[in-house]
Design a protein around this ligand. Structure first.
Ligand code: NAD
Length: 512
Protein backbone atom coordinates (compact mmCIF):
# COMPACT_ATOMS: atom_id res chain seq x y z
CA UNK A 1 0.00 0.00 0.00
CA UNK A 2 1.37 3.38 -0.94
CA UNK A 3 0.25 6.84 -0.26
CA UNK A 4 0.85 9.54 -2.83
CA UNK A 5 1.38 12.19 -0.23
CA UNK A 6 4.66 13.43 -1.67
CA UNK A 7 5.83 13.38 -5.26
CA UNK A 8 5.92 10.48 -7.69
CA UNK A 9 9.50 9.68 -7.03
CA UNK A 10 9.35 10.07 -3.25
CA UNK A 11 6.23 8.12 -2.36
CA UNK A 12 6.11 7.23 1.28
CA UNK A 13 4.24 4.38 2.90
CA UNK A 14 1.73 5.57 5.41
CA UNK A 15 -0.88 3.70 7.40
CA UNK A 16 -4.55 4.63 7.20
CA UNK A 17 -4.35 6.00 10.75
CA UNK A 18 -1.31 8.15 9.90
CA UNK A 19 -2.93 9.50 6.74
CA UNK A 20 -6.09 10.50 8.60
CA UNK A 21 -4.08 12.03 11.46
CA UNK A 22 -2.07 14.09 9.00
CA UNK A 23 -5.23 15.36 7.30
CA UNK A 24 -6.80 16.10 10.70
CA UNK A 25 -3.78 18.03 11.95
CA UNK A 26 -3.88 20.14 8.78
CA UNK A 27 -7.58 20.81 9.20
CA UNK A 28 -7.13 21.71 12.86
CA UNK A 29 -4.38 24.19 11.97
CA UNK A 30 -7.02 26.03 9.90
CA UNK A 31 -5.00 25.73 6.69
CA UNK A 32 -7.99 24.91 4.49
CA UNK A 33 -10.39 27.55 5.83
CA UNK A 34 -9.42 30.74 3.94
CA UNK A 35 -11.38 31.07 0.70
CA UNK A 36 -8.33 32.35 -1.15
CA UNK A 37 -6.36 29.26 -0.17
CA UNK A 38 -9.16 27.02 -1.42
CA UNK A 39 -9.39 29.03 -4.65
CA UNK A 40 -5.66 28.53 -5.24
CA UNK A 41 -5.95 24.76 -4.70
CA UNK A 42 -8.88 24.58 -7.11
CA UNK A 43 -6.96 26.59 -9.68
CA UNK A 44 -4.05 24.18 -9.29
CA UNK A 45 -6.43 21.29 -9.87
CA UNK A 46 -7.78 22.98 -12.98
CA UNK A 47 -4.20 23.37 -14.19
CA UNK A 48 -3.66 19.65 -13.58
CA UNK A 49 -6.65 18.83 -15.82
CA UNK A 50 -5.62 21.29 -18.52
CA UNK A 51 -1.97 20.23 -18.61
CA UNK A 52 -2.78 16.50 -18.56
CA UNK A 53 -5.78 16.13 -20.86
CA UNK A 54 -3.99 13.70 -23.15
CA UNK A 55 -2.54 11.72 -20.25
CA UNK A 56 -6.03 11.36 -18.78
CA UNK A 57 -7.47 10.27 -22.14
CA UNK A 58 -4.67 7.69 -22.45
CA UNK A 59 -5.27 6.34 -18.94
CA UNK A 60 -8.98 5.91 -19.69
CA UNK A 61 -8.08 4.13 -22.92
CA UNK A 62 -5.77 1.78 -21.04
CA UNK A 63 -8.35 0.91 -18.39
CA UNK A 64 -11.50 0.73 -20.49
CA UNK A 65 -10.38 1.25 -24.11
CA UNK A 66 -12.42 4.42 -23.86
CA UNK A 67 -12.62 6.47 -27.10
CA UNK A 68 -11.25 10.02 -27.01
CA UNK A 69 -14.73 11.46 -27.54
CA UNK A 70 -16.23 9.66 -24.53
CA UNK A 71 -13.12 10.31 -22.43
CA UNK A 72 -13.26 14.05 -23.07
CA UNK A 73 -17.02 14.50 -22.86
CA UNK A 74 -17.77 12.23 -19.93
CA UNK A 75 -14.69 12.79 -17.78
CA UNK A 76 -12.03 15.37 -18.71
CA UNK A 77 -14.25 18.21 -19.93
CA UNK A 78 -16.89 17.33 -17.39
CA UNK A 79 -14.33 17.85 -14.61
CA UNK A 80 -13.00 21.06 -16.15
CA UNK A 81 -16.45 22.60 -16.58
CA UNK A 82 -17.52 21.65 -13.08
CA UNK A 83 -14.37 23.21 -11.62
CA UNK A 84 -14.75 26.42 -13.64
CA UNK A 85 -18.31 26.68 -12.40
CA UNK A 86 -17.24 26.13 -8.78
CA UNK A 87 -14.49 28.74 -9.09
CA UNK A 88 -16.95 31.23 -10.57
CA UNK A 89 -19.44 30.81 -7.73
CA UNK A 90 -16.97 30.10 -4.91
CA UNK A 91 -17.55 33.38 -3.05
CA UNK A 92 -21.31 33.23 -3.44
CA UNK A 93 -21.59 29.60 -2.36
CA UNK A 94 -19.36 29.92 0.69
CA UNK A 95 -20.39 33.29 2.13
CA UNK A 96 -22.65 33.36 5.21
CA UNK A 97 -26.34 33.21 4.38
CA UNK A 98 -28.98 35.52 5.90
CA UNK A 99 -32.28 33.65 5.92
CA UNK A 100 -35.62 35.45 6.48
CA UNK A 101 -36.43 36.19 10.13
CA UNK A 102 -39.62 36.66 12.13
CA UNK A 103 -40.89 39.75 13.91
CA UNK A 104 -39.47 38.61 17.24
CA UNK A 105 -35.91 38.77 15.77
CA UNK A 106 -36.37 42.00 13.89
CA UNK A 107 -33.48 43.64 15.76
CA UNK A 108 -31.19 40.59 15.61
CA UNK A 109 -28.89 39.05 13.05
CA UNK A 110 -29.84 35.57 11.83
CA UNK A 111 -26.98 33.87 10.01
CA UNK A 112 -26.04 30.49 8.53
CA UNK A 113 -22.28 29.97 8.36
CA UNK A 114 -20.97 27.48 5.80
CA UNK A 115 -18.58 25.34 7.81
CA UNK A 116 -16.38 22.59 6.42
CA UNK A 117 -16.94 19.21 8.09
CA UNK A 118 -13.24 18.44 8.60
CA UNK A 119 -11.59 15.32 7.19
CA UNK A 120 -13.48 13.85 4.22
CA UNK A 121 -13.02 10.41 2.67
CA UNK A 122 -13.90 10.04 -1.03
CA UNK A 123 -14.04 6.47 -2.36
CA UNK A 124 -14.23 6.25 -6.17
CA UNK A 125 -15.45 3.54 -8.56
CA UNK A 126 -13.74 2.15 -11.67
CA UNK A 127 -16.35 2.86 -14.34
CA UNK A 128 -15.74 6.64 -14.51
CA UNK A 129 -12.52 6.46 -12.52
CA UNK A 130 -11.50 10.11 -12.76
CA UNK A 131 -14.80 11.93 -12.71
CA UNK A 132 -16.34 9.99 -9.81
CA UNK A 133 -13.27 10.52 -7.64
CA UNK A 134 -12.10 14.02 -8.52
CA UNK A 135 -15.42 15.83 -8.85
CA UNK A 136 -16.54 15.15 -5.26
CA UNK A 137 -12.98 15.83 -4.10
CA UNK A 138 -13.10 19.30 -5.72
CA UNK A 139 -16.39 20.00 -3.93
CA UNK A 140 -14.87 18.95 -0.61
CA UNK A 141 -11.88 21.25 -1.22
CA UNK A 142 -14.16 24.15 -2.17
CA UNK A 143 -16.06 23.64 1.07
CA UNK A 144 -12.81 23.89 3.09
CA UNK A 145 -12.17 20.27 4.08
CA UNK A 146 -9.06 18.17 3.98
CA UNK A 147 -9.57 15.07 1.82
CA UNK A 148 -8.36 11.51 1.52
CA UNK A 149 -9.17 10.08 -1.91
CA UNK A 150 -9.26 6.35 -2.57
CA UNK A 151 -9.31 5.50 -6.30
CA UNK A 152 -10.72 2.17 -7.44
CA UNK A 153 -8.01 -0.49 -7.63
CA UNK A 154 -9.66 -1.94 -10.75
CA UNK A 155 -8.95 1.05 -12.98
CA UNK A 156 -5.18 0.81 -12.56
CA UNK A 157 -4.01 3.39 -15.10
CA UNK A 158 -6.35 6.07 -13.79
CA UNK A 159 -5.42 5.24 -10.21
CA UNK A 160 -1.73 5.63 -11.16
CA UNK A 161 -2.48 8.95 -12.84
CA UNK A 162 -4.08 10.27 -9.65
CA UNK A 163 -1.27 8.95 -7.41
CA UNK A 164 1.41 10.49 -9.62
CA UNK A 165 -0.17 13.81 -10.41
CA UNK A 166 -2.40 14.99 -7.60
CA UNK A 167 0.52 15.49 -5.18
CA UNK A 168 2.29 17.66 -7.75
CA UNK A 169 -0.56 20.14 -7.87
CA UNK A 170 -2.30 20.08 -4.49
CA UNK A 171 -1.18 20.71 -0.93
CA UNK A 172 0.26 17.40 0.28
CA UNK A 173 -0.68 17.89 3.91
CA UNK A 174 -4.34 18.53 3.13
CA UNK A 175 -5.03 16.17 0.23
CA UNK A 176 -3.83 12.59 0.35
CA UNK A 177 -4.22 9.78 -2.17
CA UNK A 178 -4.65 6.39 -0.56
CA UNK A 179 -4.40 3.43 -2.89
CA UNK A 180 -5.74 -0.06 -2.39
CA UNK A 181 -8.59 -2.54 -2.66
CA UNK A 182 -11.06 -3.94 -0.14
CA UNK A 183 -8.36 -4.67 2.48
CA UNK A 184 -6.94 -1.14 2.48
CA UNK A 185 -10.42 0.40 2.27
CA UNK A 186 -11.44 -1.67 5.30
CA UNK A 187 -8.45 -0.20 7.19
CA UNK A 188 -9.46 3.30 6.11
CA UNK A 189 -13.04 2.76 7.21
CA UNK A 190 -11.86 1.89 10.73
CA UNK A 191 -10.70 5.51 11.06
CA UNK A 192 -12.83 8.39 12.15
CA UNK A 193 -13.88 10.71 9.31
CA UNK A 194 -16.13 13.76 9.38
CA UNK A 195 -17.77 12.88 6.06
CA UNK A 196 -17.65 9.84 3.76
CA UNK A 197 -18.56 10.03 0.08
CA UNK A 198 -18.76 6.61 -1.57
CA UNK A 199 -19.51 5.65 -5.17
CA UNK A 200 -19.93 1.99 -6.08
CA UNK A 201 -22.17 -1.03 -5.72
CA UNK A 202 -24.95 -1.33 -3.13
CA UNK A 203 -23.36 -4.23 -1.21
CA UNK A 204 -20.12 -2.35 -0.48
CA UNK A 205 -22.29 0.73 0.15
CA UNK A 206 -23.82 -1.15 3.08
CA UNK A 207 -20.32 -1.91 4.47
CA UNK A 208 -19.38 1.77 4.19
CA UNK A 209 -22.62 2.87 5.85
CA UNK A 210 -22.12 0.43 8.71
CA UNK A 211 -18.57 1.67 9.30
CA UNK A 212 -19.77 5.28 9.25
CA UNK A 213 -22.47 4.70 11.87
CA UNK A 214 -19.82 3.81 14.49
CA UNK A 215 -18.72 7.44 14.54
CA UNK A 216 -22.06 8.90 13.42
CA UNK A 217 -20.25 10.08 10.31
CA UNK A 218 -22.57 11.57 7.67
CA UNK A 219 -22.42 9.87 4.28
CA UNK A 220 -23.27 10.23 0.64
CA UNK A 221 -23.72 6.86 -1.03
CA UNK A 222 -23.84 7.01 -4.83
CA UNK A 223 -25.00 3.48 -5.65
CA UNK A 224 -26.49 1.66 -8.61
CA UNK A 225 -29.43 -0.55 -9.51
CA UNK A 226 -31.66 -1.24 -12.45
CA UNK A 227 -32.78 1.99 -14.16
CA UNK A 228 -35.90 1.23 -16.27
CA UNK A 229 -36.97 2.84 -19.54
CA UNK A 230 -40.63 3.10 -20.49
CA UNK A 231 -41.43 3.69 -24.17
CA UNK A 232 -44.93 4.21 -25.58
CA UNK A 233 -46.27 4.48 -29.12
CA UNK A 234 -46.44 8.28 -29.24
CA UNK A 235 -42.72 8.80 -29.81
CA UNK A 236 -40.40 9.15 -32.79
CA UNK A 237 -39.02 5.62 -32.57
CA UNK A 238 -35.76 6.24 -34.46
CA UNK A 239 -34.77 9.18 -32.25
CA UNK A 240 -35.91 7.18 -29.20
CA UNK A 241 -33.76 4.21 -30.24
CA UNK A 242 -30.74 6.48 -30.75
CA UNK A 243 -31.14 8.14 -27.36
CA UNK A 244 -31.65 4.85 -25.50
CA UNK A 245 -28.83 3.01 -27.28
CA UNK A 246 -26.37 5.86 -26.81
CA UNK A 247 -27.07 5.92 -23.05
CA UNK A 248 -26.77 2.14 -22.93
CA UNK A 249 -23.62 1.67 -24.99
CA UNK A 250 -21.40 4.55 -23.84
CA UNK A 251 -18.69 2.87 -21.76
CA UNK A 252 -20.37 -0.38 -23.03
CA UNK A 253 -23.10 -0.14 -20.45
CA UNK A 254 -20.72 0.22 -17.48
CA UNK A 255 -22.55 3.36 -16.42
CA UNK A 256 -24.51 3.67 -13.18
CA UNK A 257 -27.32 5.49 -14.99
CA UNK A 258 -27.29 3.33 -18.12
CA UNK A 259 -30.81 2.28 -19.13
CA UNK A 260 -30.97 -1.22 -17.62
CA UNK A 261 -34.11 -2.58 -19.34
CA UNK A 262 -36.96 -1.38 -21.55
CA UNK A 263 -40.66 -1.72 -20.77
CA UNK A 264 -42.98 -1.42 -23.77
CA UNK A 265 -45.78 -3.14 -25.64
CA UNK A 266 -45.06 -5.88 -28.21
CA UNK A 267 -45.91 -3.44 -31.01
CA UNK A 268 -43.37 -0.86 -29.74
CA UNK A 269 -40.79 -3.62 -29.17
CA UNK A 270 -40.96 -4.61 -32.85
CA UNK A 271 -40.54 -1.02 -34.05
CA UNK A 272 -37.75 -0.41 -31.54
CA UNK A 273 -35.84 -3.52 -32.68
CA UNK A 274 -36.17 -2.57 -36.32
CA UNK A 275 -34.88 0.97 -35.63
CA UNK A 276 -32.10 -0.31 -33.33
CA UNK A 277 -30.71 -2.70 -35.97
CA UNK A 278 -30.23 0.19 -38.38
CA UNK A 279 -28.84 2.56 -35.75
CA UNK A 280 -26.27 0.08 -34.43
CA UNK A 281 -25.08 -0.77 -37.93
CA UNK A 282 -24.74 2.93 -38.71
CA UNK A 283 -22.76 3.55 -35.52
CA UNK A 284 -20.54 0.50 -35.19
CA UNK A 285 -20.49 -1.05 -38.71
CA UNK A 286 -20.88 -4.71 -39.77
CA UNK A 287 -18.40 -5.90 -37.14
CA UNK A 288 -18.75 -3.79 -33.97
CA UNK A 289 -15.61 -5.41 -32.49
CA UNK A 290 -13.60 -3.39 -35.01
CA UNK A 291 -15.25 -0.11 -34.04
CA UNK A 292 -12.90 2.23 -32.13
CA UNK A 293 -15.95 3.69 -30.36
CA UNK A 294 -16.86 0.73 -28.19
CA UNK A 295 -15.14 0.33 -24.82
CA UNK A 296 -14.12 -2.98 -23.30
CA UNK A 297 -15.21 -4.68 -20.08
CA UNK A 298 -13.05 -3.67 -17.13
CA UNK A 299 -11.84 -7.15 -16.10
CA UNK A 300 -12.32 -10.90 -16.52
CA UNK A 301 -14.66 -11.22 -13.55
CA UNK A 302 -17.12 -8.71 -14.99
CA UNK A 303 -16.63 -10.22 -18.47
CA UNK A 304 -17.63 -13.72 -17.37
CA UNK A 305 -20.58 -12.34 -15.38
CA UNK A 306 -21.88 -10.71 -18.60
CA UNK A 307 -21.01 -13.74 -20.71
CA UNK A 308 -23.18 -15.88 -18.40
CA UNK A 309 -26.05 -13.40 -18.77
CA UNK A 310 -25.88 -13.77 -22.56
CA UNK A 311 -25.62 -17.57 -22.31
CA UNK A 312 -28.65 -17.70 -20.00
CA UNK A 313 -30.66 -15.64 -22.52
CA UNK A 314 -29.57 -17.34 -25.78
CA UNK A 315 -33.15 -17.86 -27.04
CA UNK A 316 -34.03 -14.18 -26.44
CA UNK A 317 -31.24 -12.52 -28.43
CA UNK A 318 -32.75 -10.21 -31.05
CA UNK A 319 -29.58 -8.25 -31.86
CA UNK A 320 -25.91 -9.01 -31.12
CA UNK A 321 -24.94 -11.69 -28.63
CA UNK A 322 -21.29 -12.24 -29.69
CA UNK A 323 -18.35 -11.93 -27.33
CA UNK A 324 -14.59 -12.47 -27.28
CA UNK A 325 -12.91 -13.20 -23.97
CA UNK A 326 -9.40 -12.48 -25.34
CA UNK A 327 -10.43 -8.91 -26.02
CA UNK A 328 -12.98 -8.61 -23.17
CA UNK A 329 -15.37 -7.59 -25.93
CA UNK A 330 -19.13 -7.96 -25.72
CA UNK A 331 -21.26 -6.99 -28.68
CA UNK A 332 -24.10 -4.50 -28.10
CA UNK A 333 -26.92 -6.95 -27.43
CA UNK A 334 -30.68 -6.54 -27.26
CA UNK A 335 -32.87 -9.27 -25.77
CA UNK A 336 -36.57 -9.43 -26.72
CA UNK A 337 -39.58 -10.84 -24.83
CA UNK A 338 -37.65 -11.11 -21.57
CA UNK A 339 -39.66 -12.16 -18.53
CA UNK A 340 -39.23 -10.94 -14.94
CA UNK A 341 -38.03 -14.44 -14.02
CA UNK A 342 -35.06 -14.32 -16.43
CA UNK A 343 -31.59 -14.12 -14.87
CA UNK A 344 -30.84 -10.86 -16.66
CA UNK A 345 -33.64 -9.21 -14.64
CA UNK A 346 -32.12 -10.14 -11.26
CA UNK A 347 -29.29 -7.63 -10.76
CA UNK A 348 -28.01 -4.45 -12.37
CA UNK A 349 -26.59 -5.51 -15.78
CA UNK A 350 -23.70 -3.03 -15.96
CA UNK A 351 -22.73 -4.09 -19.48
CA UNK A 352 -23.93 -3.83 -23.11
CA UNK A 353 -27.02 -6.03 -22.78
CA UNK A 354 -30.47 -4.45 -23.07
CA UNK A 355 -33.49 -6.63 -22.24
CA UNK A 356 -36.98 -5.67 -23.36
CA UNK A 357 -39.87 -6.73 -21.14
CA UNK A 358 -43.27 -6.49 -22.79
CA UNK A 359 -46.14 -4.96 -20.85
CA UNK A 360 -49.67 -4.03 -21.90
CA UNK A 361 -49.81 -0.39 -20.80
CA UNK A 362 -48.41 2.40 -18.58
CA UNK A 363 -50.25 1.12 -15.48
CA UNK A 364 -48.57 -2.25 -15.77
CA UNK A 365 -45.20 -0.53 -16.25
CA UNK A 366 -45.72 1.57 -13.11
CA UNK A 367 -46.66 -1.55 -11.14
CA UNK A 368 -43.59 -3.36 -12.48
CA UNK A 369 -41.30 -0.50 -11.41
CA UNK A 370 -42.91 -0.13 -7.98
CA UNK A 371 -42.54 -3.84 -7.22
CA UNK A 372 -38.74 -3.48 -7.43
CA UNK A 373 -36.03 -1.46 -5.66
CA UNK A 374 -36.15 2.29 -6.22
CA UNK A 375 -34.05 3.04 -9.32
CA UNK A 376 -31.30 5.64 -9.65
CA UNK A 377 -33.01 7.09 -12.73
CA UNK A 378 -36.36 6.48 -14.40
CA UNK A 379 -36.41 7.10 -18.15
CA UNK A 380 -39.68 7.85 -19.91
CA UNK A 381 -40.24 8.19 -23.64
CA UNK A 382 -43.70 9.55 -24.39
CA UNK A 383 -45.41 12.58 -25.85
CA UNK A 384 -48.52 11.95 -23.79
CA UNK A 385 -48.61 14.44 -20.90
CA UNK A 386 -51.12 12.38 -18.92
CA UNK A 387 -48.95 9.28 -19.12
CA UNK A 388 -45.89 11.26 -18.01
CA UNK A 389 -47.82 12.70 -15.04
CA UNK A 390 -48.92 9.20 -14.01
CA UNK A 391 -45.27 8.09 -13.80
CA UNK A 392 -44.11 11.29 -12.09
CA UNK A 393 -46.83 11.07 -9.43
CA UNK A 394 -46.80 7.31 -8.84
CA UNK A 395 -43.15 6.23 -8.88
CA UNK A 396 -40.05 7.02 -6.82
CA UNK A 397 -36.54 7.21 -8.25
CA UNK A 398 -33.33 9.14 -7.60
CA UNK A 399 -34.06 11.24 -10.68
CA UNK A 400 -35.93 11.20 -13.95
CA UNK A 401 -35.14 11.97 -17.55
CA UNK A 402 -37.92 12.34 -20.09
CA UNK A 403 -37.36 11.59 -23.77
CA UNK A 404 -33.60 11.12 -23.38
CA UNK A 405 -31.09 9.15 -21.32
CA UNK A 406 -27.98 10.09 -19.30
CA UNK A 407 -28.17 13.78 -20.34
CA UNK A 408 -29.81 14.63 -16.99
CA UNK A 409 -26.35 14.16 -15.46
CA UNK A 410 -25.03 17.11 -17.45
CA UNK A 411 -27.43 19.61 -15.87
CA UNK A 412 -25.41 20.94 -12.95
CA UNK A 413 -28.44 22.56 -11.31
CA UNK A 414 -30.12 19.16 -10.94
CA UNK A 415 -29.00 17.25 -7.81
CA UNK A 416 -27.72 13.83 -8.82
CA UNK A 417 -28.21 10.89 -6.49
CA UNK A 418 -30.28 7.86 -5.62
CA UNK A 419 -33.02 6.97 -3.17
CA UNK A 420 -33.46 3.79 -1.16
CA UNK A 421 -31.24 1.05 -2.60
CA UNK A 422 -29.84 3.41 -5.27
CA UNK A 423 -28.25 5.71 -2.72
CA UNK A 424 -28.30 8.39 -0.06
CA UNK A 425 -27.64 12.06 -0.76
CA UNK A 426 -26.88 13.88 -3.99
CA UNK A 427 -24.31 16.17 -5.62
CA UNK A 428 -23.41 18.20 -8.76
CA UNK A 429 -23.20 21.97 -9.09
CA UNK A 430 -23.92 23.85 -5.86
CA UNK A 431 -25.20 20.64 -4.28
CA UNK A 432 -21.64 19.26 -4.31
CA UNK A 433 -20.22 22.03 -2.14
CA UNK A 434 -23.33 21.91 0.08
CA UNK A 435 -22.79 18.17 0.54
CA UNK A 436 -19.42 18.85 2.19
CA UNK A 437 -20.65 21.84 4.17
CA UNK A 438 -22.16 21.88 7.61
CA UNK A 439 -24.80 24.63 7.80
CA UNK A 440 -23.94 26.23 11.13
CA UNK A 441 -26.85 28.37 12.27
CA UNK A 442 -26.31 31.39 14.49
CA UNK A 443 -28.56 33.93 16.20
CA UNK A 444 -26.64 37.11 16.98
CA UNK A 445 -28.11 39.62 19.41
CA UNK A 446 -26.80 42.92 20.77
CA UNK A 447 -27.18 44.71 24.08
CA UNK A 448 -29.43 47.55 22.84
CA UNK A 449 -31.85 48.59 25.58
CA UNK A 450 -34.95 48.38 23.36
CA UNK A 451 -34.31 44.70 22.50
CA UNK A 452 -33.73 43.82 26.14
CA UNK A 453 -36.87 45.67 27.17
CA UNK A 454 -39.01 43.87 24.56
CA UNK A 455 -37.68 40.45 25.56
CA UNK A 456 -37.55 41.00 29.32
CA UNK A 457 -41.02 39.50 29.72
CA UNK A 458 -39.41 36.04 29.38
CA UNK A 459 -37.68 36.37 32.77
CA UNK A 460 -39.26 35.19 36.04
CA UNK A 461 -41.36 35.91 37.94
CA UNK A 462 -43.69 34.70 35.18
CA UNK A 463 -47.01 36.54 34.84
CA UNK A 464 -50.12 36.10 32.70
CA UNK A 465 -49.53 39.56 31.20
CA UNK A 466 -45.99 38.71 30.11
CA UNK A 467 -47.13 35.38 28.67
CA UNK A 468 -49.78 37.16 26.56
CA UNK A 469 -47.27 39.75 25.40
CA UNK A 470 -44.64 37.17 24.42
CA UNK A 471 -47.07 34.82 22.65
CA UNK A 472 -48.42 37.81 20.69
CA UNK A 473 -44.85 38.77 19.79
CA UNK A 474 -43.94 35.24 18.72
CA UNK A 475 -47.17 34.47 16.86
CA UNK A 476 -46.44 33.25 13.32
CA UNK A 477 -47.64 35.83 10.86
CA UNK A 478 -47.39 35.31 7.14
CA UNK A 479 -47.88 38.82 5.89
CA UNK A 480 -45.39 40.66 3.69
CA UNK A 481 -41.72 39.81 4.27
CA UNK A 482 -40.05 41.70 7.13
CA UNK A 483 -36.72 41.54 5.37
CA UNK A 484 -36.89 45.16 4.24
CA UNK A 485 -38.62 46.52 7.36
CA UNK A 486 -35.42 48.04 8.87
CA UNK A 487 -34.69 49.76 5.52
CA UNK A 488 -38.26 50.97 5.37
CA UNK A 489 -38.06 52.33 8.95
CA UNK A 490 -34.72 54.04 8.15
CA UNK A 491 -36.27 55.56 5.02
CA UNK A 492 -39.35 56.73 6.94
CA UNK A 493 -37.19 58.29 9.69
CA UNK A 494 -35.02 60.02 7.02
CA UNK A 495 -38.10 61.29 5.19
CA UNK A 496 -39.61 62.57 8.46
CA UNK A 497 -36.38 64.41 9.38
CA UNK A 498 -36.12 65.98 5.88
CA UNK A 499 -39.73 67.03 6.06
CA UNK A 500 -39.11 68.54 9.57
CA UNK A 501 -36.11 70.51 8.33
CA UNK A 502 -38.04 71.70 5.28
CA UNK A 503 -41.05 72.78 7.42
CA UNK A 504 -38.78 74.50 9.93
CA UNK A 505 -36.95 76.42 7.16
CA UNK A 506 -40.26 77.46 5.62
CA UNK A 507 -41.55 78.69 8.99
CA UNK A 508 -38.32 80.65 9.52
CA UNK A 509 -38.53 82.29 6.06
CA UNK A 510 -42.28 83.09 6.59
CA UNK A 511 -41.39 84.76 9.95
CA UNK A 512 -38.69 86.91 8.37
P1 NAD B 1 -15.58 -0.74 -7.44
O1 NAD B 1 -15.28 -2.18 -7.56
O2 NAD B 1 -14.66 0.25 -8.03
O3 NAD B 1 -15.81 -0.48 -5.90
C1 NAD B 1 -16.11 0.79 -5.41
C2 NAD B 1 -15.13 1.11 -4.32
O4 NAD B 1 -15.36 0.27 -3.18
C3 NAD B 1 -13.68 0.89 -4.73
O5 NAD B 1 -12.91 1.99 -4.35
C4 NAD B 1 -13.29 -0.38 -3.99
O6 NAD B 1 -11.93 -0.42 -3.64
C5 NAD B 1 -14.15 -0.33 -2.76
N1 NAD B 1 -14.43 -1.67 -2.21
C6 NAD B 1 -14.65 -2.79 -2.92
N2 NAD B 1 -14.90 -3.83 -2.08
C7 NAD B 1 -14.84 -3.33 -0.83
C8 NAD B 1 -15.00 -3.88 0.48
N3 NAD B 1 -15.31 -5.16 0.66
N4 NAD B 1 -14.87 -3.07 1.54
C9 NAD B 1 -14.59 -1.76 1.36
N5 NAD B 1 -14.42 -1.18 0.16
C10 NAD B 1 -14.53 -1.94 -0.92
O7 NAD B 1 -16.95 -0.41 -8.05
P2 NAD B 1 -18.18 -1.32 -8.20
O8 NAD B 1 -18.84 -1.51 -6.88
O9 NAD B 1 -17.93 -2.50 -9.07
O10 NAD B 1 -18.99 -0.24 -9.08
C11 NAD B 1 -20.04 -0.58 -9.81
C12 NAD B 1 -21.29 -0.17 -9.08
O11 NAD B 1 -21.21 1.20 -8.74
C13 NAD B 1 -22.51 -0.31 -9.93
O12 NAD B 1 -23.54 -0.84 -9.15
C14 NAD B 1 -22.83 1.11 -10.33
O13 NAD B 1 -24.18 1.32 -10.61
C15 NAD B 1 -22.37 1.86 -9.12
N6 NAD B 1 -22.04 3.22 -9.49
C16 NAD B 1 -22.82 4.23 -9.04
C17 NAD B 1 -22.56 5.53 -9.42
C18 NAD B 1 -23.41 6.68 -8.96
O14 NAD B 1 -23.02 7.81 -9.20
N7 NAD B 1 -24.54 6.44 -8.33
C19 NAD B 1 -21.49 5.80 -10.25
C20 NAD B 1 -20.70 4.74 -10.68
C21 NAD B 1 -20.97 3.44 -10.28
Amino acid sequence: MTVGNLTTSKQKTMSAAEAVQKARDTFNRGTTRPIEWRRQQLKNLLRMYEENQNVMVEALHKDLRRSKMEAILLEVDYLINDLRNTLHYLDEWTKPEHPPKGFVNILDEVVIYNDPYGVVLVIGAWNYPLQLLLLPMAGAIAAGNTVIVKPSELSVACSNFVVENLPKYLDNDAFIVFEGGPQETTELLKQRFDYIFYTGGTNVGRIVYEAATKNLTPVTLELGGKSPVYVDNTVDIVVTAKRILWGKFINVGQTCIAPDYVLCTKEVQNKFLEASKKVLKEWYGEDPQKSPDLCRIINNRHFSRLQQLIESSKNKIAIGGCYDSNDRYIEPTILANVTPADKVMEDEIFGPILPIVCIENAYEAIKFINEREKPLVLYLFSNNGEVLSKFIENTTSGGMCINDTVMNMGVETLPFGGVGNSGIGAYHGKKTIDTFTHKKSCLKKNFAAIGEKLASGRYPPYTEGNLKFITALMKKRHGPSLKYLPHFVAFAVGAAISYGIFAWQKMASDDS
